[in-house]
Design a binder for this molecule. Structure first.
Ligand SMILES: O=C(O)CCC(=O)C(=O)O
Length: 255
């Protein structure tokens, strides 16, 4: 498969459709696995959980509580590289080609997680944000995320929405994360936005600095997406208050 056109679009626009990469059986297996993890039937030491709101309001998201018992209403589940099925998806040879084209020969993993908007609650509105800045605590900016729809994600399921080209101006604030109000008013992302509806198995490349957001899931069906953030293998964790993170090296198996 040729990846050059997608890479060129990702560099210019901050996002690109890579293709229908996942087959239905693989997506169903990943979907079943994340459900098992949320329900506590499969567990690994070190997984990160964040329970979703029932209000749909981002301001109501609670932090630092971890797994709070079996529920399909976890908003985020991180450290999925601990799970062999997700780890195989992260290290797909096609993704290796993409990641090496962006970073060179040494590639590591910053994070691997599911964004879930549950059928029952509809999940939470995720405001315009960038994935980077001081809060991420790394000495060189991560810039490649590979996002996979595990379920069909039409517009009313809270698909991802991007502001094309916004990554070219860098970070909207040094800390990163949610785009500050003044910047939103200055650049009016909603006037430029592109919705990225997806079918299960569809894969998008997303630049960490492109402004992106996602709405609530109004379909009454699960809306689960898996995203992995790849990192230059030479990057080091900058945090001082706790032991610095070690970023797992990827694609190390012999060719
Ligand atoms: O899937 C989503 O709703 C959010 C995706 C996102 O923000 C990301 O991949 O960084």
């Amino acid at each position: 498969m040729t990846i050059e056109p997608a890479l060129a679009a990702y560099e210019a626009e901050g996002y690109a459709y890579l293709g229908r990469i996942g087959d239905p059986a693989t997506m169903a297996a990943l979907g079943a696995r994340i459900d098992d993890i949320m329900m506590g039937a499969v567990s690994y030491e070190g997984l990160f959980f964040q329970l979703d709101t029932t209000s749909g309001l981002y301001e109501d998201v609670e932090y630092g509580k971890g797994w709070q018992g079996p529920s399909r209403n976890y908003r985020k589940v991180e450290k999925l590289e601990l799970d062999p099925l997700f780890r195989s998806w992260i290290e797909l040879p096609l993704f290796e080609r993409v990641a090496r084209a962006v970073y060179g020969s040494e590639v590591s993993l910053y994070r691997a997680l599911v964004f879930n908007k549950a059928a029952e609650t509809g999940g939470t509105y995720l405001p315009w944000h960038q994935d980077g800045g001081a809060f991420w605590g790394v000495d060189r900016a991560p810039r490649l995320q590979i996002w996979t729809a595990l379920d069909d994600t039409p517009e009313d399921a809270g698909c991802v929405e991007v502001f094309p080209g916004s990554h070219l101006a860098g970070l909207a604030s040094p800390i990163g994360g949610v785009v500050p109000k003044a910047q939103l008013e200055a650049r009016r992302p909603e006037q430029h936005s592109v919705l990225l509806p997806a079918n299960a198995g569809d894969v998008y490349l997303i630049h960490n600095h492109v402004w992106h957001r996602s709405g609530r899931n109004l379909t009454g069906r699960p809306r689960r997406a898996f995203t992995a953030c790849y990192l230059d293998g030479r990057a080091r964790c900058m945090r001082k208050k706790r032991t610095p993170r070690e970023f797992p090296r990827l694609f190390t198996r012999p060719p």
